[in-house]
Design a binder for this molecule. Structure first.
Ligand code: ZN
Length: 687
């Protein structure tokens, strides 16, 4: 089950709208965030790096600020774990590249040096040598010979060659991984029929086959256990003396050095927790890091999800399983945040009405939850991003992932306002809507309602969509295998889309009128069928779960509504546009597909799920793709965004007593990455 949603539709569609109101709320002199706040930090390859403001931080209590400080340190200490999880050569490659970057004294004006610099920025963004989104290996735009010459051009004493290895030995190991397109080409390979364990570059498995891993975990599971732990979540699978075995990520186990530091900071955080419940939550997490026991992880998750009163909150650990081809292994991630009180009123209204939405959805009654439990939803302000939330970050999170915890204790769902806001500010006036929307009607609707309906879509997706519906007895989510993730996102998106057009939202005061939803409908289809293709290289398929889901929904409704011309693709001046002719019928189609996708999930109908995803969610129309790419290229917008974090500093008096925590926004991307590599890097080069 995948719960984090990434900034995709919103990224472009907030576009040129200047939302004065929001700006007033967000920017205050108290926070040191004024009109001169610089959202744009860096631009390279297909990436733009932004900076996010943390409005309200200075108004928190000293205790809350101190808590955020310790949790933010714990968030940064896990960075290298993620790098190593992504690929076992990542840390070696990064440290060698950084060694060159900081110490090379030769010509830095050449094209090759500039390309080397770009490469380093790219791998920082991806936390490794594979693109953070496409998962393809990032191919250096400088030659291998050039790289060897600059590595050898640096005083070896200043280079981080492993265990006293000479430059030649290190190079021998990393050169093919960096330069040979056939070596470890994909971080996660999902090609049907392939051994997806052996052909994926992630460091979750080594020397084992897919079949061996599947049998290993099958033997562990008790089919009668209705509260199973998350088997395999916190370990690497290898072979020792011919036997398949787990290396557990814990204190004293794999990643020991980094986990030790994380635990130290968490202990400091527990000491300044806001209340006993939060303190116990942090202590359970510490106990889990110490033992690696997945039952303790479940204890922690239950404590975490039931803490709904603390202002400050955090995620820290091995959580999401997106990067594992088998969907078992948790990538290390962290985010520290605090509740945005005013904006959370919106999500409270949705949560309070959760049962109404469940009861009135178009899915078969057999698949509905009789009682929707504890959908706790809030809008938060991110204070620090770490691990798999940095530099690319989600805009909404819904956790925990364990199904039984979700049905027994509910889930916590958040949308992250200051990140969304930074995206919107950075994309003002970029020409995107002018290029891709059909007419001024769509553009004006987008301007008038776009931000609001897009945020609401995220809220509905997170607060209600993922939490809705139930599995029939005896059905488990892993029946859908690799199709589970895109189908789960499809389900959550459809739930949101279906209800955006419901008059109930106007009654609840969440939308101003019955026109507003059209802004999101238009943007959604345009993105799903056309503009999200800007993130895909020519000739490639759609791989990422959220992108597959958006393509699936958009193409399915176009096809199903063809007889009535509900949504059509029109040509004008050699450009293709989406035109929606009948919004009512479009809503009905969303409802119809929702009912079907819920059935597939509830019954675990693998064949039907596979057919939907493979038919509508994977292939790319090559002609349309190349048209979209060239139109988009002309706008010169980076398809992916990442962020730098603010910098927090403890202020103490002469007795060492903490008197304040300050926040500043002046660190650039390169300096931040290099500082993190110095300050938070304790793992060996290979683990
Ligand atoms: Zn989702």
């Amino acid at each position: 089950m995948k719960k984090v949603i990434y900034m995709l539709t919103t990224l472009f569609l907030l576009g040129a709208c200047t939302n004065g109101k929001q700006a007033d709320n967000q920017l205050s002199a108290d926070d040191g965030i004024d009109a001169a706040f610089e959202y744009k930090v860096d631009r390279f390859a297909d990436i733009e790096i932004l900076r996010y403001p943390v409005p309200g931080f200075n108004n928190l209590s000293l205790g809350q600020k101190e808590l955020i400080y310790y949790l933010s340190q714990a968030a940064l200490e896990g960075r290298d774990i993620l790098w190593d999880q992504h690929n076992r050569y990542n840390l070696s490659i990064r440290r060698v590249c950084e060694g060159v970057y900081e110490n090379y004294m030769g010509d830095k004006s050449s094209e090759e040096w500039k390309n080397f610099e770009t490469y380093l920025k790219q791998i920082w963004m991806a936390n490794g040598i594979h693109h953070h989104y496409s998962e393809d290996k990032i191919m250096p735009q400088f030659s291998q010979d050039y790289f060897v010459s600059v590595v050898k051009g640096v005083d070896p004493g200043r280079m981080p060659f492993r265990d006293g290895m000479a430059a030649d030995e290190t190079l021998k190991e990393i050169l093919p991984v960096m330069f040979d397109p056939a070596v470890m080409p994909k971080r996660m390979n999902q090609t049907p029929g392939a051994d997806i364990v052996q052909t994926s570059a992630v460091n979750f498995y080594e020397g084992v086959t897919q079949k061996e891993v599947e049998e290993f975990y099958k033997a562990m599971k008790d089919p009668d256990d209705n509260r199973p732990v998350s088997y395999g979540l916190n370990s690497k699978v290898t072979k020792v003396d011919g036997a398949v075995t787990e290396q557990v990520w814990k204190l004293g186990g794999m990643y020991d050095k980094a986990i030790e530091r994380i635990v130290e900071w968490l202990e400091k955080a527990a000491a300044v927790a806001e209340n006993d419940h939060q303190k116990e939550t942090i202590q359970s997490l510490i106990a889990y890091y110490k033992t690696g026991d997945l039952n303790t992880f479940d204890d922690y998750s239950v404590k975490w999800v039931t803490d709904t009163t603390s202002r400050v909150d955090f995620i820290n650990g091995f959580i999401e399983t997106y990067t594992d081809p088998l969907g078992l292994k948790g990538s290390w991630e962290s985010m520290v945040n605090f509740k945005s009180i005013e904006a959370s009123k919106r999500t409270s209204i949705i949560s309070e009405n959760a049962q109404w939405f469940e009861n009135n959805s178009p899915v078969n009654d057999r698949f509905k939850k009789e009682e929707v439990k504890g959908v706790s939803a809030k809008v938060i302000t991110a204070a620090i991003l770490g691990g798999d939330c940095y530099p690319a970050t989600p805009i909404g999170i819904n956790l925990p992932n364990a199904d039984w915890i979700r049905s027994d204790h509910g889930s916590k769902s958040v949308t992250i306002d200051n990140i969304t806001y930074a995206y919107a500010k950075a994309s003002e006036g970029n020409g995107f809507k002018e290029e891709f929307m059909w007419s001024d009607t769509e553009r004006e609707r987008s301007k008038k309602y776009g931000t609001q309906t897009d945020n609401l879509h995220t809220d509905l997706h997170e607060c209600l969509g993922h939490g809705s519906g139930k599995l029939l007895p005896g059905v488990s989510t892993d029946l859908l295998q690799a199709y589970g993730s895109p189908l789960e996102e499809t389900r959550a998106d459809l739930f949101a889309l279906y209800y955006l057009a419901d008059p109930k939202l106007v009654d609840l005061g969440l939308l101003p009128d019955n026109e507003a939803y059209k802004a999101e409908y238009y943007s959604y289809i345009m993105n799903g069928v056309m503009t999200q293709l800007t993130r895909i290289q020519p000739g490639k398929n759609i791989e990422q779960a959220h992108m597959r889901n958006r393509a699936l929904i958009s193409r399915w409704v176009i096809e199903q509504g063809m007889a009535d011309s509900v949504v059509v693709m029109k040509q004008r001046d050699n450009s293709t546009y989406v035109v929606i002719n009948d919004y009512d019928k479009l809503r009905n189609l969303f409802g119809k597909l929702l009912a079907e996708v819920q059935r597939i999930k509830s019954e675990g109908d693998f064949e039907a799920g596979k057919k939907l995803v493979e038919t509508y969610g994977v292939k790319v129309d090559a002609v349309l793709h190349s048209e979209v790419l060239s139109r988009y290229e002309a706008l010169n917008i980076a398809p992916y965004k990442g962020f730098v974090n603010p910098v927090y500093k403890l202020v103490a008096d002469e007795n060492g007593k903490v008197t304040d925590v300050t926040i500043s926004y002046d660190e650039n991307y390169v300096d931040q990455q290099l500082r993190y590599s110095r300050q938070y890097s304790v793992l060996p080069l290979k683990n």
